[in-house]
Design a protein around this ligand. Structure first.
Ligand SMILES: [Fe+2]
Length: 270
């Protein structure tokens, strides 16, 4: 019943032609509220939990290495997919992204630690080189670092916010299962491949000897042309030698938000 309510809610608020537009705030709120009512019994988890325990424990205390992670698609439509994932204790889904997709997740069983990041916008490359074989490092900011249990509500990640790149590690306290609603339905041809990443602390860039002023100069050089006046203003009015990278990014973020607001009001007036 709860699962049917979720399917009905998704059909009602996820537009068939909304492939390029994330769901509205009202749609997010409705789907989130409906997912929160779903429990393990609504997606018939009993068989999968038994399968997981037998497969990963070998029936005789033997732990499968690497642990087997399984999933089943519960419902699929053009513009959304509902899937349940099963992880044995301690199993990890490495840091990966869902480009162009909005993903609602709800833990149904066990516990899990989720760490998620979004790219800093506009993009900031701090590594050296480009193309295959070279090191390309992009700045990302942490959006989520949280321990979830089945008692927690659903969380949502959007194409550009909420932690589209995430790592999921099941707790050691028993099997873990979570339900995903992904919209639109994933298509490698449309959204590109799901990519995997390695996260490095900001102060540990291997091979990078740049100090903050050098990183900031590189950031300013790589900004799109529309930031030209902002770059001149920053260089003229601010003391780059005493400024932190995080402060520079804040200034750029504010400028970009101002551009977006101006563009939105122009569109409305048009
Ligand atoms: Fe994911």
């Amino acid at each position: 019943m709860a699962l049917q309510l979720l399917v009905d809610a998704c059909h009602a608020v996820l537009l068939d032609d909304g492939f390029d537009t994330p769901p509205t705030a009202a749609a997010v709120s409705l789907i989130r509220g409906t997912i929160d009512k779903i429990g393990p019994d609504d997606v018939a988890l009993v068989d999968e939990v038994l399968f997981l325990e037998e497969t990963n424990n070998g029936g005789a205390g033997h732990h499968n290495d690497p642990p087997i992670i399984t999933c089943k698609t519960v419902y699929e439509w053009d513009n959304f997919t509902i899937t349940v994932f099963f992880l044995p204790p301690g199993a990890a889904m490495p840091l990966h992204s869902h480009p162009g997709l909005t993903v609602f997740s709800k833990l149904l069983l066990g516990s899990a630690h989720v760490v998620a990041y979004d790219w800093v916008r506009p993009s900031v490359y701090t590594g050296s080189g480009s193309g295959s074989g070279s090191t390309m490092t992009m700045l990302a900011e942490k959006a989520l670092d949280h321990e979830f249990t089945a008692a927690c509500g659903a969380w949502v990640l959007f194409p550009d916010s909420g932690g589209n790149m995430h790592r999921f590690v099941a707790g050691e306290d028993g099997p873990c299962a979570f339900l995903d609603v992904v919209t639109p339905s994933y298509s490698p041809a449309k959204q590109g491949p799901c990519s995997f990443y390695r996260d490095l602390p900001y102060d540990l860039h291997p091979g990078e000897e740049m100090n903050d002023p050098e990183i900031m100069a590189k950031i300013l050089r790589n900004l799109p042309p529309r930031f030209k006046e902002i770059v001149i203003a920053i260089k003229t009015l601010l003391n780059m030698s005493t400024m932190a990278v995080v402060d520079l990014m804040e200034q750029i973020k504010e400028a970009e938000e101002a551009f977006e607001e101006a563009s939105t009001s122009l569109q409305h007036e048009g």
